[in-house]
Design a protein around this ligand. Structure first.
Ligand code: HDE
Length: 690
């Protein structure tokens, strides 16, 4: 067992709230044993139900009240517990936060990933931002880093947040569309609010379609402050970098996954942790000395801007490992309450007007969502640090305060609990002056420069996906004037981008616009230097009676050895009979699965006649090909590829005529390399009928 898997302080604390019902008698909420719960108490077998049936009344009353308001944004999510540990003490010169600086200290965490726009029951793979919210249960109190998988946000001032969210959410008259940005109100808002353009560029990119929560970056977005022991501040941006690399689905696939498995990302996280494949991220920071506050051509307080990594490198800090699934979705994942103002000594805010609004909103929203001011007593929210204060009473008070006073100062209880103890949080001493005005700072007003930086940093494949995404989204906008206004804004980012989008959405192409020769930031591309790994990749192995069992077993064992997750798909569940009459166990029945649920597909020989006659099998390989996935076939397995009109010479397609024990190592290596590449982006697929 790794030290990460050992029980941490939060896990141990939760023991006092865990309920184990195994082998227990059914009781009411009052602990009275219940003899029978199938029938209500009635006056005679066919008579009216009696009011005095306290058990059934209690059962139904509880049921009637089982729903709480879903989060107004980020309603759909999944979470897990884990631990964070810094690599060393090198941040100590910048911050007093010991969870970031003491390598001997392992801090328990809960991380919740989410989509933003959809309802709680929506699918996992719409085009959307993903939330990446981390609660660190530190010894000095809870610290929440409530981030996203994009480093920039859509608006600059919290005053616009309700407008932005109302625009992206389903339209008010008919609540259509669910969990989708492709509709008139969002694009109307975008066309009128150009500060959105940079984050919208990210939304149109592959970043909005993560293959897995385990394969996406996270960002704190705002500029925060680290505070050292002397009270000196340093600006900081937080980054999470996934060990498995940052990888995305393709749009056609993402849409189909929504039907084939709406829980795709949630299941992936759950399954990986259950299998012991604990997801990992590295925490990194970009540090900017206070004296460099104005050294950039954007404002550090503007959340629609990032600091290019080439300008300020990301410095590694420590490692996050998620190693434990929650016991109960509602109690833990639904009731966890994040708040940007949950900070610990050594970390402080800046005057970013978006962050300032968040510091109001998160506490406020928990009051309605969790029904009152005592939500910090809920097991998942409770700090591991001790809590002592005079905040008594309120709905759901769980604590029995025994002191005779609930005010400070007091003489009756020895002035306890007393403020000012060592280790108290102290706000950064920042000099502030200015007139009271309601206006946007001039330093926030370049809306196009970083949108262009992002666009110009994309590889051709990524750029093509962005153009296709704009065309899809604007193609769903019914009001042509809105489409034209968006194109008119894109013109100011880059003329060629605007022209390519215009050509697909039936509005006149602009002839004038921006041509920027400026710098690029390769770190913004997912494809310039991707992490290549086979670990945890799901591989479908298609089988039917007559299959080359020896070759299949060799392939499956090889994939497992490399850390991949192969599954044998038969035409029905149960077993298929190999060519030598042996049983090959089927993991999944083909009709219950789809190629979009796998990263790669392999076709052993021997079963091709049955598979060639099966439209599902043909569609399976053709669709995997269309989505750029690694495809392997050995022996007569190649005949299925041929029947599906797959070019065996195409990038990412690996074949060999050998079979059985003769399947060569080089073939297995090539297949593993193709899987590790994530997708064969240079494959031509326009003419594939899938
Ligand atoms: Fe949030 N946001 N947000 N947000 N946000 C919420 O809090 C809000 C913003 C983010 O898994 C709500 O508990 C305002 C930026 C995540 O439980 C609410 C503004 C970023 C989550 C809220 C923002 C985020 C939320 C809804 C603009 C990335 C899910 C329920 C001023 C850095 C946390 C809740 C979880 C959730 C308000 C902008 C990330 C209403 C007012 C920027 C990951 O309080």
């Amino acid at each position: 067992m790794t030290d990460e898997a050992a029980r941490d302080r939060k896990d141990a604390q939760l023991d006092r709230d865990r309920v184990i019902d195994a082998d227990e008698a059914l009781t009411t909420q009052q602990g009275v044993r219940v003899d029978h719960t199938d029938d209500s108490l009635k006056a005679g077998g066919r008579g009216p139900t009696l009011m005095e049936d306290f058990h059934v009344r209690e059962k139904i009353t509880h049921f009637d009240h089982e729903r709480i308001p879903e989060r107004v944004v980020h309603a759909r999510g999944a979470g897990a517990y884990g631990v964070f540990r810094p690599y060393d003490d090198s941040l100590r010169e910048f911050t007093t936060a010991s969870f970031l600086t003491d390598p001997a200290e392992e801090t328990p965490v809960f991380v919740r990933f989410s989509t933003v726009a959809g309802s709680r029951g929506s699918a996992d793979t719409p085009r959307d931002v993903r939330g990446f919210a981390t609660k660190f249960y530190t010894r000095e109190g809870n610290y929440d880093l409530v981030g996203n998988n994009f480093p920039v946000f859509f608006i600059q001032d919290g005053a616009k947040f309700p407008d932005f969210v109302h625009a992206v959410k389903p339209e008010p008259r008919n609540e259509i569309p669910q969990a989708a940005s492709a509709h008139d109100t969002l694009w109307d808002f975008v066309s009128l609010q150009p500060e959105t353009l940079h984050a919208i560029m990210w939304l149109m990119s592959d970043r909005a379609l993560p293959r897995s929560f385990r394969m996406m970056q996270g960002f704190g977005v705002h500029t925060f402050r680290l505070i050292d022991a002397a009270g000196r501040g340093t600006f900081v941006k937080f980054h999470w970098t996934p060990a498995l690399g940052t990888h995305s689905l393709v749009w056609d696939e993402a849409q189909k996954v929504s039907g084939a498995d709406p829980d795709f990302n949630r299941r992936d996280l759950w399954d990986a942790i259950e299998a012991g494949d604990f997801p990992e991220w590295e925490l990194g920071v970009q540090l900017v000395p206070e004296e460099d506050e104005f050294a950039f051509d954007f404002d550090l307080l503007d959340a629609t801007k990032l600091i290019p990594e080439e300008q300020v490198p990301v410095r590694p800090v420590g490692r996050l490992v998620l190693n434990r699934n929650p016991d109960n979705f509602f109690a833990e994942t639904e009731q966890i309450a994040f708040h940007t103002a949950n900070v610990v000594p050594g970390i402080d805010f800046t005057n970013d007007p978006l962050l300032q609004a968040r510091n109001f909103s998160y506490l406020d929203t928990q009051l309605i969502r969790l029904g009152g001011p005592n939500f910090a007593h809920l097991p998942v929210n409770r700090p591991v640090a001790e809590v002592h204060n005079d905040q008594r009473d309120g709905y759901g008070q769980h604590r029995v305060h025994t002191s005779g006073t609930s005010y400070n100062k007091n003489s009756i209880s020895g002035d306890s609990p007393a403020p000012g103890a060592e280790g108290s949080y102290r706000h950064y001493t920042e000099k502030v002056e200015g007139a009271k005005i309601r206006e946007r700072s001039e330093s926030f007003k370049d809306f196009y420069g970083q949108a262009a930086l992002f666009w110009h940093s994309m590889t051709p494949v990524e750029a093509e996906h962005i153009v296709a995404a704009y065309r899809f989204e604007l193609g769903k906008v019914t009001d042509k004037d809105i489409r034209a206004r968006v194109v008119d804004q894109l013109r100011l980012v880059d003329l060629e981008l605007a022209q390519r989008v215009a050509a697909g959405v039936g509005v006149p192409a602009p002839s004038e616009g921006a041509h920027r020769e400026g710098p690029t930031s390769p770190a913004l591309s997912q494809l310039t230097d991707p992490v290549r790994s086979v670990a945890t990749r799901k591989v479908a192995v298609l089988a039917a009676d007559g299959v080359d069992g020896t070759g299949l077993t060799r392939l499956v064992a090889d994939l497992r050895r490399r850390g991949a997750v192969p599954e044998v798909l038969g035409q029905t569940d149960g077993v298929v009979h190999s060519e030598t009459g042996e049983d090959v166990v089927v993991d999944r029945a083909l009709p219950t699965m789809a190629s979009v649920l796998y990263d790669a597909v392999a076709v052993p020989g021997g079963a091709d006649a049955a598979l060639r006659a099966d439209g599902r099998a043909l569609h399976f390989v053709a669709e995997a090909f269309k989505h750029g996935k690694a495809i392997a076939a050995f022996g007569t397995g190649s005949d299925l590829l041929e029947a599906a009109r797959i070019d065996p010479g195409a990038p990412g397609v690996v074949t060999t005529a050998a079979d059985g024990g003769d399947v060569p190592d080089a073939f297995l290596d090539d297949f593993a390399d193709a899987i590790a590449a994530h997708r064969a982006w240079d494959r031509r697929t326009d003419d594939v009928a899938a």
